[in-house]
Ligand binder design. Structure first.
Ligand SMILES: *Cc1c(COP(=O)(O)O)cnc(C)c1O
Length: 411
């Protein structure tokens, strides 16, 4: 039986507790959606003001050199690389996750000419599937997206498969793939692998180099706390960089942009994956979030995340018996990321009722309530309040209020 006193004791012993003060968290809110939009670091407004007023306002165009703006994609990429087991020179911060998927899927297909299949999971995040479909149609050479059921990718491999594209941690259920095992199986079948780390970077240990991954993309506004629409990142294994060719040949991916050469010549290394001018303000905000993540020891983040997720599942069982709420996140620790999802037929309305009480998670169609576990901000004591709120909403039927059934554009 979990008690409030027991949870308070865990908070007192928590080595990550001081990180909570580095974020702005409104009173009366328990935030469990840092996997969708990370919280605001306290240092971000000041950093943004400095970049705007000093670097832009005073430095003007000199800041491309003097403030290092031009090097931001590579510098921030290297910092993010340390969070995902990627050596220097293999990650850049750029564009959005969707655009980076397009760039790297294209590069993968060009490295496997003659193979025309992209394998993914049917339940992958829609943008990943849409980008693959759109690229296949654009190429007009009979490329196709082949989707397998969750966990059955190995059965979809074959001599026609160019690339396997998977999201490491499932955005709905929180189930996590064995990156090294799937990468090895794909390589054995002659295919490349592209990992989407949207729900992994800053949340779970990732070792791209150790897993021998070929390509990866990831998101800046989720567990990296870079702010709404923050730049994303991409990874290209060092051994592929010389051969890789990218489909968007912009001037900042040129070997010598300021030669203003009329012909394109790709920059060496990962530089060719850069397209155009970086969004400096957005990069500055992302760097604040990444700096915090780099200071938080991943072993401690992971241990707390696993413990909090297990406690939340147990507390919901304790406080919501007989309500039809059912966890769908794997119980096995090495099979889950950093979220807990529960199934309930009225998940949308129940979540809206919880949000009205300040317990902010989100809904994923058709019937999931999703709670992101962000160990840098979430207290153990909060988990008690979440389970009590959920039990109350379900027992009282508060979710039946008409306003909780009205669908918002963003769920
Ligand atoms: C959040 C997320 C994205 C987001 O893509 P954007 O281009 O930033 O909108 C992509 N893939 C996955 C798996 C995600 O979870």
């Amino acid at each position: 039986m979990i008690t409030q006193a027991g949870l308070d004791a865990m908070d007192r012993d928590d080595p990550l507790a001081p990180f909570r003060d580095e974020f702005v968290l409104p009173d009366g809110v328990i935030y469990l959606d840092g996997n969708s939009l990370g919280a605001l670091p306290r240092a971000t407004p000041g950093r943004l003001a400095a970049v705007v007023e000093r670097e832009w306002g005073t430095g003007l165009i000199r800041s491309w050199n003097d403030a290092g703006w031009i090097g931001l994609p590579a510098r921030l990429g290297d910092e993010i690389g340390r969070l995902v087991g990627a050596p220097e020179g293999t990650v850049i911060a750029a564009d959005s996750t969707s655009v980076n998927l397009f760039k790297l899927l294209s590069a993968a297909l060009r490295l496997r000419l003659g193979r025309r299949v992209i394998v993914s999971e049917a339940g992958n995040f829609p943008t990943d599937l849409y980008i693959a479909e759109g690229l296949a149609a654009l190429l007009g050479q009979g490329h196709e997206l082949r989707t397998a059921a969750a966990g059955e990718v190995a059965g979809a491999l074959g001599p026609d498969v160019a690339v396997v594209m998977l999201t490491h941690v499932d955005y709905r259920t929180g189930a996590m793939h064995d990156m090294a095992a799937i990468t090895a199986a794909a390589h054995a079948a002659g295919a490349l692998v592209l990992w989407d780390l949207a729900h992994s970077a800053g949340a779970v240990p990732v070792d791209l180099l150790g897993a021998d991954a070929d390509f990866a993309v990831g998101c800046g506004y989720k567990f990296l706390n870079g702010g709404p629409g923050a730049p994303a990142f991409l990874y290209v294994a060092g051994r592929l960089q010389e051969a890789a060719r990218y489909p968007i040949t912009g001037w900042l991916g040129h070997a010598d942009p300021f030669a203003f050469d009329p012909g394109y010549r790709a920059a060496p290394g990962i530089g060719g994956a850069v397209v155009g001018t970086p969004s400096v303000l957005a990069m500055a905000a992302l760097e604040v979030g990444v700096d915090i993540a780099l200071r938080a020891p991943m072993a401690e983040v992971r241990a707390k995340s696993l413990r909090q997720a297990a406690l939340l599942m147990d507390l919901v069982a304790q406080h919501c018996p007989g309500t039809g709420v059912e966890p769908v996140t794997p119980g096995q620790e090495d099979r889950r990321g950093s979220q807990v999802s529960f199934r309930h037929p009225e998940a949308y309305a129940v979540m809206q009722a919880l949000i009205a009480q300040g317990v902010i998670g989100d809904f994923r169609t058709p019937d999931l309530m999703r709670f992101g576990i962000t160990p840098l901000t979430l207290r153990y004591a909060d988990l008690w309040d979440v389970a009590v709120a959920m039990g109350g909403v379900l027992a009282s039927g508060a979710w039946r209020e008409a306003r909780f059934g009205v669908r918002n554009r963003v769920t």
